[in-house]
Design a protein around this ligand. Structure first.
Ligand code: MIG
Length: 665
């Protein structure tokens, strides 16, 4: 059952399409403090608070303070409050059991037992809340109801579940060719190579640098002959440059966000001085979406949308002010007092992502003119929506790959997300795992983290361990930052292990794709905390490093440096599968309880639940080589069966009955 409550003047987002009538009565579970603009719920000792999508810390969010405020956070760690996304859904499980979605586009704070371990307090920055309370039989049921409310998740083409290689630093055609040559000659399966900002002409969206990527259409074809798709990045902001058609037209039509006085707001990002398309103006949004056609026409079939929190390196007026302050400080002297030095450093460090700058520009929406900070969390959402809606117009019969950095619930209908700029840290493998179920709750199914870590230098063992988790996530992409250590599998010694893990991915594709599609169509979770399935098993309620994948598998990756294996808790009897390569698994039946499992570096181990089976293929070098028609099965127990989802992987006829068949052992 879903009930809706409205507080204050409500800015209506599109997160929920068919909104139930708002209730008149009091909000259940919470006490409401209008003056403070807060909602408070008292938690029992054993209550779990799930949700909040992309965020730091555990699957159980209790014990920290989270802020929904889409932010560029390349250095995020345990004490980070805001990530790239704003996902205002929580699910309380304990004495009381309910889901709560706060549809509010401004900055929202979730104090989940931070100030007081037993108090959950949600504070808004504006009295403008549209709240949904969801009750159901169990957590999974609550999630399903929520997902039905927010609409079907974006569906990626099947090839996008293949492996991808990315790096900020592939400068030209030959760099890309070399990646593909290495992969193919070493027998490492691959479907996608990502193009980062350097493919553009001076970071101008919807352009291709002629010198670095001459005849881009032919290059896309050359890649497709090797079953590789190129996936270019699109940045949110548009370069200020007369003669650049996107800029000229945007200015002429008034499609950019404006300052207080109605003049286009200028902030600097990669292209230098840039403008921000007013993604909340439907006409501007359509226009921005139509720009993708330039690349579609050259053979591109997928995109990643970046910098759409939006990130701002500096605003034009703040830079001017800071520079004049610095000039004053410096004066004629060659020496700064410690106070002046601090001031000097502060002038630099407050330039990027300064909260004041987000109060300097405005959106003209069908609901009126809004200052950016009031609707901040909708920006990346609507950029990706611009693209997603354009693809439906331009390519109605074909799926286009699309995922974004910033997001808000509702965006899940238009694209997936990657989990932002992580680091080559062991703790970020675990964070990747934690986010999977939380994101699934919020409708984000096509997701994964930068494998191997984006920022800082990685190591071979870290990449191998991370791959052993990434092999299960729908988005499986190795990506790294400019100037960091190279981390393509072929940069390391143990190429055999990388090859084996990648082969496992393609062997599991029929199952992974089937689970992904069923989760999207049925509004279900692909990854679940163990406690969802075993609400009465106390151990399961605290497990933060194992997940269920579908109804069939449990995963428990190794995420610690120099570990030789790990303890795994089995809530029931399972069959452990150890991938040996060449289509073979070592199978060991294990009883319910705790087990120490040896997992040498390069191994992948996972668990099959009793009475279940999964479809597997004999693999391939790319998705096109995988036989989804004639699959083998891995099963445990008598009478196991599986509902196998299978379609052509590219068209949009998702719901056809014949896409589902029952497989028996
Ligand atoms: O300011 O395009 O998250 O994946 O490689 C950094 C360069 C901009 C941030 C993205 C990252 C990408 C990088 N971008």
């Amino acid at each position: 059952m879903i009930r809706r409550y409205c507080f204050g003047r409500v800015f209506e987002t599109d997160a929920v399409q068919k909104k139930p009538e708002a209730q008149a009565g009091a909000l259940p579970y919470f006490s409401v403090n209008e003056e403070e603009m807060s909602l408070t719920f008292s938690m029992e000792k054993d209550d779990i608070v799930y949700g909040l999508g992309e965020n730091v810390r555990g699957i159980n969010k209790r014990g920290w303070m989270y802020k929904s405020k889409c932010s560029d956070q390349p250095h995020h760690h345990e004490d980070t409050q805001s990530m790239y996304a704003a996902h205002n859904f929580i699910l309380v499980s304990g004495k009381e059991q309910f889901g709560l979605f706060i549809d509010y586009p401004g900055i929202l704070t979730f104090d989940v037992g931070y100030t007081d371990l037993s108090v959950l307090k949600i504070t808004a920055s504006d009295w403008n809340l549209d709240i949904y309370v969801i009750e159901g039989e169990n957590p999974r049921d609550i999630v399903r109801q929520f997902r039905a409310l927010i609409g079907r998740s974006y569906i990626a083409p099947r090839w996008a579940l293949g492996a991808g290689q990315s790096r900020w630093g592939y400068m030209n055609r030959d760099d890309v060719r070399e990646v593909v040559r290495q992969y193919r000659s070493l027998g490492l399966p691959l479907d996608m190579v990502y193009l980062d900002i350097d493919y553009m002409e001076r970071y101008k969206d919807f352009t291709v640098n002629e010198e670095r990527f001459p005849d881009f259409t032919a290059f896309n074809e050359e890649m497709k002959e090797q079953n590789i798709r190129l996936i270019p990045i699109i940045d949110a902001a548009v370069k200020e440059e007369k003669g650049y058609p996107v800029y000229d037209e945007g200015i002429e039509k008034g499609y950019f966000c404006t300052d207080e006085n109605g003049k286009p707001f200028v902030g600097a990002v990669w292209p230098g001085r840039s403008l921000f398309t007013d993604m909340l103006n439907p006409e501007a949004r359509d226009w921005f979406g139509n720009q993708y056609k330039v690349l579609l026409d050259q053979g591109v079939e997928g995109f990643w949308n970046d910098m759409n929190e939006p990130a701002i390196f500096y605003a034009e007026d703040r830079l001017a002010d800071s520079l004049s302050e610095i000039a004053k400080l410096a004066g004629t002297q060659q020496n700064l007092s410690i106070e002046q030095f601090r001031e000097f450093m502060g002038l630099f460090s407050s330039l990027s992502g300064n909260p004041d700058d987000y109060r300097k520009f405005w959106h003209d929406t069908p609901q009126g003119r809004f200052r950016h900070d009031q609707v901040h969390n909708l920006y990346g959402y609507n950029m990706t929506r611009a693209a997603g809606e354009a693809f439906e117009r331009l390519e109605p019969d074909k799926r286009i790959l699309l995922f974004s950095r910033a997001s808000y619930i509702g965006m899940h209908r238009y694209g997936g997300i990657w989990q932002g700029d992580n680091k080559s840290w062991w703790s970020h493998i675990l964070l990747n795992l934690h986010m999977m179920p939380s994101l699934n709750m919020c409708g984000f199914l096509y997701t994964g983290a930068d494998l191997g870590g984006f920022g800082c230098d990685t190591t071979e063992d870290l990449v191998l361990r991370w791959y052993a988790l990434g092999v299960f996530t729908p988005l499986m992409r190795n990506h790294a930052a400019f100037r960091t250590r190279e981390q393509e599998p072929y940069q390391f010694k143990d190429i055999d292990s990388f090859r084996r893990i990648l082969q496992l991915r393609y062997c599991l594709l029929p199952y992974l794709y089937s689970e992904y599609m069923k989760a999207a169509i049925d509004g279900d979770m692909m990854f679940r905390p163990l406690s969802f399935d075993h609400p009465d098993d106390k151990r399961c309620r605290t497990i933060e490093d194992q997940l269920y994948l579908g109804n069939e598998l449990m995963i428990a990756p190794v995420y610690e440096q120099n570990a030789a294996g790990r303890y795994v808790y089995l809530p029931e009897r399972m069959k452990m599968l150890r991938w040996l390569g060449d289509g073979k698994f070592e199978e060991t039946v294990l009883e319910k309880g705790d087990h120490y499992i040896e997992v040498p570096l390069g191994d992948v181990v996972f668990f099959l639940r009793e009475g279940h089976l999964i479809p597997v293929s004999s693999g391939g070098q790319c998705e096109a080589e995988v036989d989804f028609e004639h699959v083998n099965t891995l099963s445990f127990g008598e009478g196991a069966q599986y509902e196998y989802y299978h379609d052509d992987g590219v068209s949009r006829n998702y719901e056809a009955k014949e896409n589902r068949t029952i497989l028996r052992a």
